[in-house]
Design a protein around this ligand. Structure first.
Ligand code: HAH
Length: 375
């Protein structure tokens, strides 16, 4: 009996020592396997790469930011995924030039300095626009509309100051934003710029930007550039400028798209038409709204599985097309960092939550992200 007891106990001990680690090992392997298959978890070797790394051989990937995005977790996400920055607002005329003799650079400087310190490219947005432009520009001291001469002189001063300050730091400028009308029956948008100066302000803006920094790439930037009406106008405007010898180097397609538009065909034909001018193309303000353009009052703000699927397919298609045209596309910039906050939360419907980007509200890559990097 005694003799039997010892081996029996010994056997149990041996099986405990041998089997327990095997059980532990197998279960931890299963966990590790599950992690490898789940792309959102950090153990995935792919997740060491950011968006910019997947697109290293294609084009820089940028993001529009506010100075407040440049700290905390959002700055970590930015540095991992993006290699170009645009100021969402703080370089716009209304923000850097609040009064005739006063410039305010602090916020713009913060973004430019962050780009410099971390080796990111920097785009400038924007020198001439009809929105977020200070009203003093168009008025004299008595409140009357200024003459063409006065307005052009003010525009020259604005452009010269901004472009000179960031010379060698901002590699590309959206010189003129949205100067063309949405309506097919009109060509130029009837802004204060147009009403006071006529079309001349456009060519002059490019000329003054070029004089201030001859190395900077100068863009005309607009939205709806894939629809036949706006597309043909943008083509005509840019061709006219080129024919007149105006220093313009690229066309910025804003890329404020949605789950329905643009179609692949419209996107391809726009890129082909613009690139036939011999210019570079950048996608300057990309996002894909989860609402179709006419959809102004959905019953809830939920990012449904159906919207998620449509968005993912749209993102997959547009990046496939971008890759096909990598020889002419030399930049793709997203308009905002993550679904935590986007200008589309308040446009075109104020307070309607949107989910237009590749990172969710917790700054994690969405399913659409994994489609964009899978090629
Ligand atoms: C863009 N306009 C602007 O270029 C950008 O500066 C701004 O921050 C957001 C969007 C797009 C647009 C709009 O503002 C109004 C109507 C249609 C399109």
């Amino acid at each position: 009996m005694k003799l039997n007891l010892i081996p029996n106990r010994y056997n149990k001990l041996v099986s405990f020592i041998v089997i327990l680690p095997i059980i532990l090992l197998t279960s931890s392997c299963e966990k590790a396997d599950a992690k490898v298959n789940d792309p959102s978890l950090d153990i995935n070797p792919d997740s060491l790469k950011g968006l910019k790394d997947y697109y290293n051989d294609y084009f820089p990937i940028g993001v529009a930011v506010a100075p407040s995005s440049l700290s905390g977790t959002s700055s970590v996400l930015i540095l991992k995924n993006f290699n170009s920055l645009t100021a969402e607002d703080v370089m716009k005329p209304g923000l850097i030039h609040p009064e005739e003799k006063r410039f305010y650079w602090d916020n713009a400087d913060k973004i430019v300095n962050f780009a410099q310190t971390n080796g990111l490219k920097m785009r400038g947005h924007t020198l001439v626009w009809h929105k977020q432009t200070p009203s003093w520009m168009f008025k004299d001291a008595a409140g009357n509309t200024v003459s063409k001469e006065v307005l052009l002189a003010r525009l020259k001063e604005h452009i010269t100051q901004a472009v000179t300050r960031y010379k060698g730091k901002v590699y590309a400028w959206d010189v003129v934003n949205e100067a063309l009308d949405d309506n097919d029956s009109k060509f130029y948008r009837e802004t204060n710029w147009y009403k006071i100066c006529g079309e001349e302000y456009i060519a002059k803006a490019f000329q003054w930007a070029h004089e201030a920094d001859p190395e900077a790439l100068l863009f005309y930037n607009d939205y709806n550039t894939e629809f036949a009406g706006k597309r043909d106008k943008v083509y005509r405007l840019v061709k006219q400028l080129l024919d007149a010898g105006v220093p313009i180097h690229g066309i910025g397609l804003q890329g404020h798209w949605n789950i329905v538009n643009p179609s692949e065909q419209d996107l391809r034909s726009a890129i082909e038409k613009y690139s036939s001018l011999g210019l570079k193309i950048q996608i300057t303000e990309l996002d894909v709204s989860v609402y179709a353009s006419g959809e102004t009052s959905p019953t809830d703000n939920v990012f449904t599985a159906e919207r998620e699927q449509k968005q993912l397919e749209k993102y997959k298609m547009i990046f496939r097309v971008f890759r096909d045209y990598k020889d002419v596309i030399n930049g793709v910039t997203f308009w905002n960092v993550s679904d935590k906050s986007s200008w589309l939360d308040n446009f075109p419907v104020r307070g309607r939550k949107n989910y237009p980007l590749l990172f969710d509200q917790n700054l994690k890559p969405k399913k659409a992200y994994w489609e964009v990097v899978k090629f």
